[in-house]
Design a protein around this ligand. Sequence first.
Ligand code: HEC
Length: 148
Amino acid sequence: MKQVVVIIACLLLAACGPGDPEAGKRVAEASALAAYPEVPKPGDVPALQAAGKPIFKAAGCETCHSSSHERNGLMGPPLGGVAEAVLAQHKGDPLEARRWMVKHIRDPQRFPGQHAGTDDYRGSAMPPNGMLKDADLRALVEFLWHLP
Ligand code: HEC
């Protein structure tokens, strides 16, 4: 009996424990769907952008990314106009492109972007973010999405 319990515990740990290499991927994918069940209606965008701007700062993104086209000596690529490249990577699908941005913010190593394999990637030096709520990610991504 004891052995059975031990075996079941080991199986559970393997499936959902901290050692599960797929766990981070599933969290990121679930966040992408929760944050973006659909593309926001144009009328909702200004409020989302306004909510996302302070999150960009509070979540530490600004320490590595500018929100313009100038790199300003920061480690990460500038994010001005980032939507254009992300859209192109997702066959012009605005929903999948936004969902990818959520996944990239949650787990940059598992969801690498256009800089994978370049000097900008560095394996990636961008830290995963498990702290932001899905609703915050929606606002943050809308802020980034509409950066000119
Ligand atoms: C320690 C530095 C660092 C921090 C902090 C950081 N990033 Fe990054 N980020 C990078 C680097 C380096 C890359 C390029 C490599 C890659 O794509 O992973 C990148 C890539 C990106 C990209 C993809 C850009 C593209 O052109 O494909 C987005 C979007 C992004 N970061 C958003 C964010 C957001 C939002 C935050 C805050 C939650 C953040 N980053 C925090 C370093 C950082």
